[in-house]
Design a protein around this ligand. Structure first.
Ligand SMILES: NC(=O)c1ccc[n+]([C@@H]2O[C@H](COP(=O)([O-])OP(=O)(O)OC[C@H]3O[C@@H](n4cnc5c(N)ncnc54)[C@H](O)[C@@H]3O)[C@@H](O)[C@H]2O)c1
Length: 306
C-alpha cells in the first residue's frame, strides 16, 4: 500500500494536492507536513524539512513510500533573501533525494518552474531543451535542482519525477510570494470592488495554469509507468498564457465597473526574463498530459468561487 507524504502541505499547491490525494487514496494514506500548522486536517505533522533527522524519523515511523516535496522560497521572496532561498531550496531537496537513494522511500515528486528559463531563452513556445540562463536565485536553485534530480536518477536509480509549473491560479489559498501572484490578487480586488494596481505591465505575457490542472498533472506523472518518464530533469508543462491587460479584459466582462492601473515593481524584471508561452510536447508524448482549463473557464471559476 502506498503512503504519501506531502511536505509544504499548507502552501498554495499543497493544500489542494493533499485534499485531492486524500479523496483518491484515503485520508490515512496521505500525511501532510509543514512548518506552519494552520488549516490542515490530521494526519498532519509540524516539520522543518531542513531537519534531516526529524524528516527521516517521520518517514520511517509512518512507513512513507513516496514524498511530494513542495517546500521552497519562491521567486519574488527569494530575491529579498537570496542565500536563504538557495539554502532552503537545495538542502530540503537533497535531504529527500537521499531518502530515496537509501530506498527508504520509492518515489519523489519535486516541482521545478518556468523560472529555470532566462533572458536568452526563446520566449514563444519555449521548447523542452533550449538555452537556460536563469537570473533569479529561485531560477538558479530550480535549475540546479533539476540537474540534481537527473544525477540521482542516473547514478543511484532514484525514481524522481518533476514538472516545470507555470504560474498557478487558485482560489482556495493565497499565493506564496511569486511573480505571477497578480493573476490571483486581481480576482480578489474585482470581488471586493476595489481598483486593481498591477505590479506587472499591461503587455507582460506569462504562462499560467488553473490549480486543478496542476494537481492532476502532479498525480498523473506520479502514477505513470516509470519507463514512460524519459526526462528526469523536469518536464515543460503548458496551460494558458495571457497578459495582465488580457486577463483584466476578461474579468471586466463579469465586473463591468472594475478598473486597473499598472505600476510595475521589481517583479517586472523577473517576469521579463521568463517565457511567454511553453511547448509541452514531451509531457504529452511521454505520459499523456493535456490541460483542460482555458482562460475563459479560469476567469469564470475564479469569479464564482472567490
Ligand atoms: N505557485 C506557483 O505558481 C508555482 C509555480 C512554479 C513552481 N512552484 C513550486 O511549487 C512548490 C510549492 O509552491 P507553493 O506556491 O505551494 O508555495 P507556498 O509558498 O504557497 O508553500 C510552501 C510551503 O512550504 C512551507 N515551508 C517553508 N519552509 C519549510 C520548511 N523548512 N519545512 C517545512 N515546510 C516549509 C511553507 O510554510 C509553505 O506552507 C514550490 O517548490 C514552488 O517553487 C509554484
Amino acid at each position: 500500500m502506498e503512503k504519501s507524504l506531502v511536505i509544504g502541505a499548507a502552501g498554495q499547491i499543497g493544500t489542494e494536492l493533499v485534499s485531492e490525494l486524500r479523496s483518491k487514496r484515503g485520508i490515512a494514506n496521505v500525511i501532510a507536513a509543514d512548518l506552519r500548522v494552520d488549516n490542515l486536517a490530521s494526519p498532519f505533522y509540524e516539520l522543518d524539512a531542513t531537519n534531516e533527522s526529524a524528516l527521516r524519523d517521520l518517514v520511517l515511523n509512518e512507513g512513507v513510500t513516496e514524498i511530494y516535496h513542495l517546500v521552497a522560497i519562491l521567486s519574488a521572496t527569494g530575491e529579498k533573501a537570496p542565500k536563504r532561498a538557495w539554502e532552503l531550496n537545495m538542502k530540503t531537496l537533497l535531504n529527500i533525494l537521499d531518502l530515496a537513494k537509501e530506498r527508504i522511500i520509492q518515489r519523489v515528486f519535486w516541482p521545478s518552474s518556468i523560472a529555470v528559463f532566462g533572458p536568452s531563452t526563446p520566449k514563444i513556445k519555449t521548447p523542452q531543451f533550449t538555452v537556460m540562463d536563469p537570473n533569479t536565485v529561485y531560477g538558479i536553485s530550480k535549475s540546479a535542482g533539476e540537474l540534481w534530480c537527473q544525477y540521482y536518477f542516473e547514478n543511484y536509480g532514484v525514481d524522481v519525477r518533476s514538472i516545470r509549473y507555470p504560474g498557478l491560479i487558485s482560489w482556495k489559498t493565497m499565493p506564496g510570494g511569486g511573480t505571477t501572484d497578480y493573476a490571483i490578487e486581481i480576482f480578489h480586488s474585482a470581488r471586493k470592488g476595489i481598483d486593481f494596481r498591477s505590479f506587472l505591465g499591461p503587455d507582460t505575457r506569462l504562462p499560467m495554469m488553473y490549480m486543478d490542472d496542476a494537481v492532476r498533472a502532479t498525480i498523473e506523472i506520479m502514477e505513470a509507468d516509470p519507463d514512460s518518464i524519459k526526462i528526469r530533469t523536469s518536464y515543460n508543462l503548458s496551460g494558458v498564457d495571457f497578459t495582465p491587460r488580457e486577463l483584466f479584459d476578461e474579468i471586466k466582462k463579469i465586473y463591468p465597473e472594475f478598473n486597473i492601473t499598472f505600476k510595475p515593481d521589481s517583479r517586472q524584471k523577473i517576469a521579463d526574463s521568463w517565457p511567454g508561452s511553453i511547448d509541452d510536447s514531451e509531457a504529452k508524448l511521454d505520459w499523456g498530459w493535456n490541460h483542460k482549463f482555458d482562460t475563459k473557464a479560469i476567469v469564470k471559476l475564479m469569479s464564482d468561487n472567490i
